[in-house]
Design a binder for this molecule. Sequence first.
Ligand code: BTN
Length: 260
Amino acid sequence: MNKVLILSDVLQDLGLAYRYLPSTESTNDDARTWLDEGAADMSIVIADEQTKGRGRFERKWHTRAGAALASSLVILPTEHELDLVHLFSPMTGIAVAATLEKLFGLHPQIKWPNDILLSGKKVCGILSESAWIGSELKGVVIGTGINITSDAIPPGEMMSLPATCVEAETGYPVDRWLVLREYLTQMFHWRTHLGNEHFFHFWRSHLAYLGEEVEIQGNLEKDVTGILEGVAENGDLLIRSGQQRIQVRVGDVHLRLRPQ
Ligand code: BTN
């Protein structure tokens, strides 16, 4: 029988400072406060429930007690990482995908820039927020919400994409702290490969909608439609539109499959 994991043991074994909250508004806000107070690199905030969780595009991110793995990690970039900060968010997507693959033999895909899909449905969202003092980057907070049980799936009207949870895909109960331990182990691993060949190989080989017709909407001169060809070294999405290859920068843009 599998051993039941204790959160404090998992985090102590990994040597990480942590704050665990049964309920909070948003772990990203808590991590930001901790960063301002002087949190060490890789300090992590974990909550059972979030009452004002936030997603990209100022969307609400619902977290019911115990249904998801809601955490926010403080990263203090090294000198070398300062030029690669834009890759922290995809790195987190890679770490989550590698976690689900390794622990459960699932086949996660990364929907650019960093939603994680299982069976084409969203299982995890990532919100990366940088903290600046003037022009100096103080740190990055990376919030991750992984749906574990079906209670984590939001009501239809709150979803930009159909959602799933890990347990729906495995077909058996899943220990959140096991997922957390592997996710953090993967974050340590991928941080040492940030922006290298290994990193891009994993990202590209797990890219959702590769070779499919997609559309990008958002703050572009005009919407882009074309075939998704990959990601560039700077993290831009590459789209083939007729004879043209278009690079789309991460930002306020939405990617989706083109409706048939
Ligand atoms: C998205 O898909 O739009 C990103 C969702 C990010 C949700 C996580 S849950 C933990 C952390 N705290 C928050 O308020 N948001 C992130």
